[in-house]
Design a protein. Structure first.
Length: 76
């Protein structure tokens, strides 16, 4: 029984030391910047909204996918 208690104390001390070391190492890091908002557009073919960076450009507008650009008759 005394070995079980000793084992629990050792595990508790190790857990406490490890969590404390993690907290100390994180203090030196600059806080993470939140993601910047992106411009949203709607697909000319189906109307779904998506980020501008993910859009497929065509001659008649912006699309959510290459398949919708072709389905809309936009051949660039």
């Amino acid at each position: 029984m005394k070995y079980l208690v000793l084992l629990l104390v050792v595990v508790g001390v190790l857990w406490f030391a490890r969590s404390r070391a993690g907290r100390l190492s994180r203090r030196g890091e600059p806080p993470a910047r939140p993601p910047q908002p992106q411009a949203m557009i709607s697909c000319v073919h189906c109307g779904v909204h998506l980020p501008r960076d993910d859009a497929v450009a065509g001659a008649q507008g912006l699309y959510c996918s290459e398949a919708h650009r072709l389905a809309h008759g936009d051949r660039r």
